[in-house]
Design a protein around this ligand. Structure first.
Ligand SMILES: Cc1cc2nc3c(=O)[nH]c(=O)nc-3n(C[C@H](O)[C@H](O)[C@H](O)COP(=O)(O)OP(=O)(O)OC[C@H]3O[C@@H](n4cnc5c(N)ncnc54)[C@H](O)[C@@H]3O)c2cc1C
Length: 391
């Protein structure tokens, strides 16, 4: 895929994203974040930029970007305002599940509409009682003629209010051993042509510390009918594998969001440290501040390099669960570290809602939780380390 994109193409895309982020995201970020207002205008701009089809193959009307270029786009967006990236990031995780695991009929039916943003979605795995332990989900889908009937509750589902489709992980066999063999994934078009939720679907918006302005909700399914033709891959029992199989790209994406937050916070701090004076000189001339900036800048670069390494392996179709895990773990922690240090550099003004840095501070922690918590990342890395170094 990546050979379709020359260095000039890459630079042109990144330049376009750079201008868009500075001109359209930066000016509205604080107001939308503080008031938790969905940035509907940005959705239209994302359609024009092709972002809803960024990683969808060109055969299906997408741009077919390699992970390496996609990650750079995500870093740039998150370095200005992380939240709107979720509108296309979660959507593309759903698209990737269909592209990787769907039948040819499902790819033809859904991907072209997803690539242009007509169908916009996300992925519904987590339940009130099951996040890390996905095999413990309780939402069920029971076959009824040509349909399945879904019952259950999902929580923390991004894009579930403003989007119109979800990939939903369910149990089709509650007694399967091991439990993951009883899981399946469905594409659920959640709204009718008028934009109303299908009978039986209710959503309840969650109020969040950060990642605001983007809809994250609890979604309840009560006897919701879904065509059997929407069972991803056409076969029951594959849901868990389909969900975790996409996590490498998902982890590179979350790593890029963490790296973007780290970069954005460091840039804000570097600028502020030159403007703010104490004891007759800019604070960037005090060694205590230089030590912070030096460490922050180093983490930003290290995060970027780990992401590049993971993305290059992913694009070369090599196994990269360890590399993607390292990138996700390190870059998300770098986001938290740099936002935290930037807060100290801003001193009392870090607490003012007039400065962007408090938003970076509130947004950063999410990257340590999503796409597999950082506790789980270290366990995955350690298991891989042992597997790759047998005695
Ligand atoms: C803003 C936001 C948006 C989200 N968007 C989505 C979305 O679009 N779709 C979706 O499906 N989900 C989404 N999530 C949910 C997210 O993926 C889960 O919160 C995450 O997977 C963790 O699950 P949990 O919250 O149930 O934590 P738990 O699984 O209860 O974990 C709690 C703690 O225990 C640790 N832990 C658990 N098991 C182990 C173990 N075996 N070994 C060591 N430590 C362990 C965890 O690392 C964590 O520290 C979102 C969450 C948030 C906050």
């Amino acid at each position: 895929m990546s050979e379709l994109w020359s260095k000039e193409d890459e630079l042109a895309i990144l330049d376009m994203i750079d201008k868009w982020a500075e001109q359209e995201l930066r000016p509205i970020a604080q107001e939308h974040d503080h008031n938790d207002i969905y940035p509907a205008d940005l959705v239209e701009q994302m359609k024009e930029l092709g972002l809803f089809g960024a990683t969808i193959g060109q055969d299906w009307g997408g741009m077919g970007l390699p992970a390496s270029i996609y990650a750079k786009i995500v870093i740039k967006v998150a370095s200005v305002w992380m939240a709107p990236g979720g509108i296309f990031n979660s959507h593309l995780i759903q698209a990737s599940a269909i592209e990787r695991c769907g039948t040819e009929e499902q790819k033809a039916r859904f991907l072209p509409r997803m690539a242009i943003g007509e169908l916009r979605g996300g992925i519904a795995l987590t339940e009130p009682n099951a996040g890390t332990d996905l095999q413990a989900i309780r939402t069920t889908a029971v076959r009824d003629g040509d349909d399945y009937i879904i019952n259950g509750s999902k929580t923390w589902i991004t894009n579930s209010i403003n989007g119109n489709s979800l990939a939903v992980l369910v149990k089709t066999d509650l007694n399967a051993v091991p439990a993951h063999k009883g899981t399946s994934m469905f594409i659920v078009e959640t709204k009718d042509a008028d934009g109303n939720f299908l009978p039986g679907i209710t959503v309840s918006k969650l109020t969040k510390l950060g990642y605001r302005a983007i809809d994250t909700a609890e979604v309840t399914f009560e006897n919701v009918r879904v065509p059997a033709a929407n069972l991803i891959g056409g076969e029951e029992g594959k849901g868990f594998v389909q969900a975790v199989g996409g996590l490498e790209l998902g982890r590179i994406n979350v790593a890029a969001r963490g790296a973007g937050i780290a970069r954005g916070a460091t840039e804000l701090a570097a600028r502020y440290a030159q403007e703010r004076q104490t004891f007759g000189k800019p604070i960037c001339q005090h060694q205590a501040i230089q030590l912070k900036l030096g460490e922050m800048a180093t983490k930003v670069e290290a995060a970027r390099l780990l992401i590049e390494q993971a993305a290059a392996k992913y694009d070369a179709h090599e196994r990269c669960d360890m590399e993607a895990g390292m990138a996700k773990y390190f870059a998300s922690e770098a986001g938290v570290f740099c936002a935290n240090e930037a807060m100290r550099i801003f001193g009392g003004y870090s607490y003012s809602v007039e400065y962007d840095i408090e938003r970076f501070y509130r947004d950063a922690m999410l990257m340590c939780i999503g796409e597999g918590t950082n506790e789980m990342q270290r366990i995955i890395i350690a298991k891989q380390l042992i597997e790759r170094n047998p005695v």
